[in-house]
Design a protein around this ligand. Structure first.
Ligand code: DX5
Ligand code: ZN
Length: 215
């Protein structure tokens, strides 16, 4: 099975959101990755719930919502109502991660845990069997268009081993700086989903770029 691709709408032209979403509908993308930034957990603000609702009105692909926010528990219901099919929260923002994951599942969404570049994959050992996805940050969260952090490779290798050993169903999503140069190595090491923002939306032929990422 080929890798799944989740273009990040953060890199889209927000003045033409409808046509950007329609372009993704026609593409081979598997998800639309939706980055929510609160200006507190990360040093940038993206957009909020009404924009997610607007994307959902046109999207024919499931929304993969990445919450880079403090106190995500307060907003899970709202993002689910807005159309999120996958909701990922940051381990660094969740002191009661197990409870947060239960809450996401009780809303009928898939639950993901995102980890920052400095967070060791071992921090996931006690939650791995309860989650559907690990969103491994390969840049410091907060901005699109950053350079891929090479240390990610060995984290993917380790995480894949942990997943296989524990019998977890969790998929590995790589988020940040993904392009055609690092994609094949990431896939080889065990990545299941590649998020790509700038690489897709800054491309002259985004449909072709998405299709090439899928290999
Ligand atoms: C970073 C976001 C990423 C970002 C990816 O904070 O979580 O999803 O949009 O964008 P690129 O592919 O441009 O690094
Ligand atoms: Zn993201």
């Amino acid at each position: 099975m080929s890798v799944k691709v989740a273009p990040s709408i953060l890199a889209a032209d927000f003045a033409n959101l409808q046509s950007e979403v329609q372009m993704l509908n026609q593409s081979e993308a598997d998800f639309i990755h939706v980055d929510i930034m609160d200006g507190i957990f990360v040093p940038n603000i993206s957009f909020g719930i009404p924009v997610v609702e607007a994307i959902k009105r046109h999207a024919e692909k499931p929304l993969d919502v990445h919450l880079m926010i403090q106190h995500p528990d307060q907003y899970l219901q709202a993002f689910r109502d807005a159309g999120a099919q996958i909701i990922s929260v940051h381990i660094e923002a969740c002191p009661h991660l197990h409870r947060t994951i239960q809450a996401i599942h009780s809303l009928g969404a898939k639950a993901g845990v995102a980890i920052n570049p400095h967070t060791p994959v071992e921090a996931l050992s006690e939650i791995l069997k309860d989650i559907d996805l690990v969103c491994m940050m390969s840049v410091n969260p907060g901005f699109g268009g950053q350079k891929f952090i090479e240390n990610t490779y060995h984290k993917v290798r380790k995480l894949k081993e942990m997943i296989l050993d524990s019998g977890s169903r969790a998929e590995i999503e790589i988020d940040g700086g993904v392009n055609s140069e690092n994609a094949s190595k990431l896939i080889e090491l065990g990545a299941d989903i590649l998020v790509a923002g700038s690489f897709v939306f800054k491309s002259n032929k985004p449909l072709k770029t998405i299709s090439e990422l899928k290999g």
